[in-house]
Design a binder for this molecule. Structure first.
Ligand code: ADP
Ligand code: MG
Length: 243
């Protein structure tokens, strides 16, 4: 059993456990309805489903950017429902996140974009330099350390975003449509990179609209529709919307 600063995760416990999560936005839109699943440490999971099915809402709840209207959620030994405000930033260190639009700081270098994530948690400069270099090697962009993101292709920008997401060594990587703005070649290499990252031990959760990739990679697939889970299949294929 690992016990650190009040967080308790027993060996047999899943890393992520959602129990009957529902989320109704203040406008009365029910984005999630009675969603339950568990994810074990080391898994690679795709979340698929049509636009508006609640995928991004789920990601925001995992990040504790949003609280569910009802239900329980435990991540990495933390009960997100009882987490105090001052504990949230520490909780979020468990999670690296990438988005469709990369969301890099355009007026900062690649180095600065990645280093910032380390600086805010007080890592010493020499260690930051080492970690930024090792992350850039992982994503194959060592030669771009000094350039600004605007000078990079979309695929390269997403690699930088991945390096930034991973530099603090999170337990979990969340990706919300990470290949949505990429051509098929770059989409493949980003997915392959996430697969490598998963093999190195990070639990990876990827929201995607890319059926070819999902079919080829043979990972667990959680399919959503209208706020509900309609399928949860190990070594699954892309589940197309049926009306
Ligand atoms: N901040 C918000 N306020 C009100 N409704 C929202 C908000 N965010 C999302 N929704 C609604 O919740 C539903 C699920 O949205 P979302 O989680 O973004 O789905 P997805 O990521 O699968 O496209 C949609 O009907 C969407 O319009
Ligand atoms: Mg979305």
């Amino acid at each position: 059993m690992a016990k650190r600063s009040g967080r308790i995760l027993s060996d047999g416990d899943p890393l992520i456990r959602l129990e009957s999560i529902s989320k109704t936005y203040s406008e009365g839109v029910e984005a999630l309805h009675d969603v339950s699943f568990s994810i074990n440490k080391g898994e690679f999971v795709f979340i698929v489903g049509p636009s508006g099915s609640g995928k991004s809402t789920l990601i925001k709840i995992l990040l504790k950017e949003l609280d569910p209207t009802s239900g329980n959620i435990h991540v990495a030994g933390s009960d997100l429902g009882t987490l105090k405000r001052r504990q949230v930033s520490r909780y979020r260190r468990n999670i690296g996140v990438v988005f469709q639009n990369f969301e890099l700081l355009k007026d900062r270098s690649v180095y600065e974009n990645i280093a910032l994530a380390q600086r805010v948690i007080g890592v010493p400069k020499r260690k930051i330099n080492r970690n930024v270099s090792s992350m850039l090697s992982l994503v194959g962009l060592n030669d771009k350390i000094k350039v600004n993101p605007e000078e990079l292709s979309g695929g390269e920008q997403q690699r930088v975003a991945l390096a930034r997401a991973l530099v603090n060594r999170p337990t979990i990587l969340l990706a919300d449509e990470p290949t949505g703005n990429l051509d098929p070649g770059n989409a493949w290499s980003i997915m392959e990179l996430m697969n490598e990252i998963n093999k190195l031990g990070t639990t990876v959760i990827v929201v995607t609209h890319n059926p070819e990739v999902v079919d080829a990679m043979q990972k667990r697939v959680i399919a959503m529709k209208e706020g509900r889970i309609i399928a949860d299949i190990s070594k699954g294929r892309y589940i197309y919307e049926r009306n």
